[in-house]
Structure formats: C-alpha cells, structure tokens
Design a protein around this ligand. Structure first.
Ligand SMILES: [Fe+2]
Length: 323
C-alpha cells in the first residue's frame, strides 16, 4: 500500500524566514558561468561577469519571457538572453538590444527583479525576503584567525527533508546530545540574543582517549541562514554552516571546515578526527530530521535546553505582513 510519509509531517506550506542564505560556493561559479538555482520555492539565475562579480536576477527575460538560465551567455559583465540577444545587467536593466537603436527608458530602469548578493569567505549569499524587502543585516564573517588565515580543510553538504528552522534548533536541544550522539549535554550554556544574531556558548565534558576534558562550543548565528561555530578542545576547528531553504520541507546544509594555519601533522590528525566526529553527529541527526513531525507546542521538561527561547527568537525572521 502506498503511503506518503511526507503528507502529515506538518512542514508543508510553513512560511520561510527572510535573511542571507548560501546558494553556492564561490568556486562553483566561474567567470562567464551561468547557473539556474532553486531555493525558496522558486528559481533565479546567477552569473559571474568578467569583473569577477556574481549577480542574481529573476529567471524570465522581461522581453518575451525566455528563461535566462537556458542557452544564455555572459557578455562582459551582463547576461545575454538566448531568445533575442537582449543584454541585462546586474541591476536588472536592459543594456543592449542588438536590432534597435533606442532602448525604451522603462527598460533602462530596473525592469527585472534583482536578488541582493554578497560573496564572503568562499560562499555566495543571496538575500531572500518574501516581499523583497531590502537586506536588514550584513553577512557574518569568519572570526579572526589567531595566526594568519584560516585553512579550509573540508567541505560537506546535505539535503534534508525538514524545514530549515529545525536544523539550527538542534544546538539548543541539549538532551539529545546524549541520546543521539552519545555525548554529555552541555553542563553550562549561555544563550544570548543580540539584534539579528544569537550566541550559544556551551561547555561540554568530552571523553577523549587521554581521559575526560572540557571542550568549548561557541556558536555565533546570524539570521536564520548562518551559524559559525568554533570548537576549541584538543583541536581548534571553525565550522561555517549555512542552511538554505529549498522549500518549507527541504533544506540544503553546507559546511566549510577550517583550522588555523601552520599546525603540525599530529594536530592535523586530531583536527580531522574532530571533523569526522561532527560529520558522524550530523549523520545521526539526519534520519531523525528526515522523518520527524513538526511539534509546535511540545511539553518540555527540565534539562531540555532553551528550545522555546530559540523558537521565540526565531519568530523575528518571519515576515509579519505576509502571514
Ligand atoms: Fe544533533
């Protein structure tokens, strides 16, 4: 008997938060390259001009509606539509029509909706807002490196079947650390909200081959789409995590993992083991995320962690005018 496990999980149709979201890694978009991306329950087109800048626009040509991600090309810094070779710039204005001398003024203005785009630390972010309000904060950057520049050592990504709000709730769910990951939950936690950001600094007792030790997990989240986590224990790992809604039931998670420069081979082995452990942990979370139901009014008990505080804080990322 066919059974659609997705049908009753309670995520379909939930609103999407606004914010800066990763839509590609910088080296996935070469100069002159064009990509159609699907996030936020819609499509948009990104390209990189000769000047190295990435740009993002809505997918349909304002002329006669051709898809700008199909058979189009990059000319200089602009995007040339395949249908009539009109050229559009990153401000959504027509810059060239090859068979016409006079471009109507209405086409010289922004006639194609544009996605605010910012590229930082090897990631291309776009600003999503359901009513296309302008960006309200800046993309968060990696923390200062103690000595030189962070070295990217690994990157990972996953697509999970759940609303993006639940991915970042995981860090506040202290009681699952033991049940799911076999580690002790945070013995002390600091949960602080600051504007559009959230800091969650926890001290965890960890079991290592050399005996128990205290590890620090310092989460700096900015908006709903970015969490930068420093793990400071026997190794020092920076995890830049981005969660991006594909739609209200599917989320793309990306990790870029860094360590300080100039570490010894021994330290590198410990660092890689630490990262392997983090990857193992998300692989323990994913089956739960892929199958769980949305519980909007859970009965929580002492020891559950600041789940409700997190949820209340998250509400500010939903557009009130849309609801
Ligand atoms: Fe987890």
């Amino acid at each position: 008997m066919a059974f659609n496990a997705q049908a009753n999980r309670g995520y379909a149709g939930l609103p999407l938060p606004f914010g800066w979201f990763a839509v590609a890694l910088s080296d996935e978009l070469a100069i002159g390259e064009i990509k159609t991306l699907q996030y936020f329950s819609q499509e948009f087109v990104v390209w990189r001009g000769e000047d190295g800048e990435a740009r993002a626009v809505d997918p349909y040509c304002p002329h006669l509606g051709a898809h700008l991600g199909v058979n189009s090309s990059v000319q200089g810094n602009d995007l040339q539509c395949a249908y009539h070779h009109w050229e559009l710039n990153g401000e959504g204005a027509v810059t060239k029509i090859p068979y016409t001398k006079v471009i109507p003024p209405v086409l010289k203005r922004n006639c194609l909706p544009v996605w605010p785009l910012f590229e930082a630390d090897g990631v291309i972010y776009v600003w999503y807002h359901p009513r296309r309000e302008a960006p309200m904060w800046e993309v968060a950057r990696l923390p200062d490196c103690p000595d030189g520049d962070w070295v990217e050592v690994e990157r990972h990504d996953w697509i999970v079947n759940i609303h993006c709000q639940e991915i970042t709730e995981n860090g506040q769910d202290y009681a699952h650390f033991n049940a799911v990951h076999g580690v002790q939950g945070p013995s002390e936690g600091e949960f602080a909200l600051d504007g559009w950001g959230r800091r969650n600094k926890v001290t965890a007792q960890m079991v290592t081959p050399r005996g128990p030790m205290t590890g620090i997990i310092d989460v700096n989240a900015m908006g709903p789409g970015q969490s930068i986590v420093e793990y400071i224990d026997v190794s020092h790992v920076v995890q830049s995590q981005q969660v991006t809604p594909i739609d209200s039931e599917h989320t793309h998670i990306r990790w870029q993992m860094y360590h300080p420069p100039g570490i010894s081979d021994g330290k590198l082995r410990v660092t890689k083991a630490r990262i392997r452990d983090l990857v193992k942990q998300i692989h323990q979370d994913i089956p739960i995320w892929n199958n769980k139901k949305n519980k909007t009014d859970p009965i929580l008990v002492q020891g559950d962690g600041p789940i409700l505080a997190y949820r209340r804080a998250y509400q500010k990322f939903y557009d009130k005018a849309q609801e």
